[in-house]
Design a protein around this ligand. Structure first.
Ligand SMILES: Cc1cc2nc3c(=O)[nH]c(=O)nc-3n(C[C@H](O)[C@H](O)[C@H](O)COP(=O)(O)OP(=O)(O)OC[C@H]3O[C@@H](n4cnc5c(N)ncnc54)[C@H](O)[C@@H]3O)c2cc1C
Length: 441
């Protein structure tokens, strides 16, 4: 085991990736300090993941790092309550169809589920299932150039019709990655869909955790960190990485003070990280230069609370509307909370009072989610800047690994290279990689 007694680690950013690194390293005995620009972690914060940290959230069965962390934070008998829900697709005839689940052993279950899924016309389903079977048998292989093609072009090449792409594959891509088929690479599409659909039956489970991300993740980590003496500095903004001879020598804070440690982990969103970098490193290292190739867009989330019961949480993937999905959960026995997500610029740029309530109400009614006569109790809209990483062709090559060329600097964050689309799992995996990299040096 690494001798840790004298080693200190400064983590910039108290989101899931930074908290994961802090949790892992503090358990190994490192002296950890977190600096976080928000006033606190959790419910009352309106930026980044904190803005949705106070609501129920979804975890997929294939998100193993997230599940492992939750298990480590909660004793077996007190795991956060969760319910399993199906994935629902909205078809052109206004009907909803579930993606089926069977308990056949892998990979048979994927094949049977695909054949049973009535969201795709029968002949296309059969073609796809035969092609998937050929992949398993080794009689067909995925093309080597997937990262350089768009997902819609590749899906057309395996004879998926534009209608199936619009009703099934595009909503799925938007839900899993925030990206549209027409802009994301085929490799990013396959990478995000495969763990969910083509692994074991339990991998494709969608769990809605009733407690918020704050209650089952942020608070227990913060408590564990506080118990071992980790310092968490809120309202503290890093403004510059200071360096000496290709090592970080300190972090300059907005108030002019300098914090120093043996190790530094930048666990920030991309747009907040690059301004902190010394100019010299941007010109000298391809590792930092390539960050300029990464693009992201804003995500807007509409919240609406209605006075009606919600017997079970629902997740519906939408097609041909600006909204990617509707997620419905019960807030109390007689109140339902709906959240609708969009990356359409029109909403992020609209003035705060122009919430398109009418369009949303019509949509919820047409989906038969909003009952006639149901009272709308509240609505609001939040835009989270740069929260969706563009997975356009070529992006995979530019997502940085966690070890940087600067010996004592590591990068965490859902946008780093983890093999996952930029989601909570990716953030936690990146946090684990940083902790491993420090512990193993
Ligand atoms: C609307 C929405 C809904 C989502 N829902 C789900 C869900 O249901 N399930 C799921 O698995 N995932 C969900 N996600 C994704 C998940 O929230 C993110 O993937 C995750 O928060 C990313 O973690 P991170 O640590 O990489 O970055 P962040 O969460 O962005 O954390 C970065 C932290 O750095 C801080 N910071 C920034 N600049 C500075 C600075 N200069 N100095 C100090 N601190 C700074 C920020 O305040 C922030 O706390 C959702 C995301 C969004 C936008």
């Amino acid at each position: 085991m690494t001798p840790t007694a004298a080693q200190s680690v400064l983590i910039i950013g108290g989101g899931p990736s930074g908290l994961t690194t802090a949790y892992r390293l503090s358990r190994l005995g490192y002296r950890v300090t977190i600096i976080e620009e928000s006033p606190l972690l959790g419910d009352n914060v309106t930026t980044g993941y904190h803005s949705h940290a106070s609501r129920p959230f979804t975890i997929l069965g294939c998100h193993r790092a997230t599940q492992a962390l939750l298990h480590s934070l909660h004793p077996d008998t007190r795991q956060p309550p969760s319910s399993e829900i199906p994935l629902e697709f909205h078809l052109y005839d206004n009907s909803l169809v579930h993606y089926p689940r069977t308990n056949f052993p892998a990979p048979l279950h994927s094949w049977v589920n695909l054949l049973k899924f009535s969201g795709i016309p029968w002949n296309e389903r059969w073609r796809l299932a035969s092609w998937v079977e050929q992949l398993w048998e080794g009689d067909a292989a995925l093309p080597a150039d997937l990262e350089h093609r768009t997902a819609d072009e590749w899906l057309a090449s395996i004879r998926q019709t534009p209608q199936t792409c619009r009703v099934v594959w595009n909503p799925l891509a938007r839900w899993l990655t925030g990206n549209d088929l027409s802009t994301m690479s085929a490799d990013a599409f396959v990478t995000s869909v495969r763990p969910f659909f083509l692994k074991t039956p339990s991998d494709s489970r969608i769990s809605v955790v009733q407690d918020s991300l704050n209650a089952c993740f942020v608070q227990p980590i913060t408590d564990a960190l506080t118990q071992v003496g980790t310092t968490i500095l809120f309202n503290t903004e890093a403004v510059q990485l200071r360096y000496e001879r290709e090592r970080i020598s300190g972090i300059l804070l907005r108030d002019g003070s300098l914090l120093q440690a043996d190790w530094y982990v930048a666990a920030l969103p991309l747009q907040q990280f690059t301004p902190l970098l010394p100019e010299r490193w941007l010109t000298r290292y391809a590792y930092f230069q390539q960050l300029g190739e990464l693009r992201s867009s804003d995500c807007t989330i509409f919240h609406l609370q209605a006075g009606q019961p919600c017997a079970t949480p629902r997740l519906i993937l939408l097609n041909d509307t600006a909204f990617h999905s509707v997620f419905a959960t019960a807030t109390t026995p007689d109140r339902t909370h709906f959240s609708l997500l969009t990356t359409d610029d029109r909403f992020s740029q609209a003035p705060p009072d122009s919430t398109p309530d009418i369009a949303i109400l019509d949509l919820l009614r047409s989906l038969r989610l909003l009952m006639p006569g149901s009272k709308i109790l509240s609505t609001n809209r939040q835009t989270i800047p740069n929260s969706i990483l563009s997975l356009k062709p070529g992006t995979k090559l530019h997502r940085p690994i966690q070890r940087s060329p600067i010996h004592n600097l590591l990068l965490a964050g859902n946008w780093t290279d983890t093999g996952w689309p930029p989601n909570l799992e990716s953030a936690i995996v990146s946090g684990n990689h940083c902790a491993d990299a420090i512990a193993l040096r």
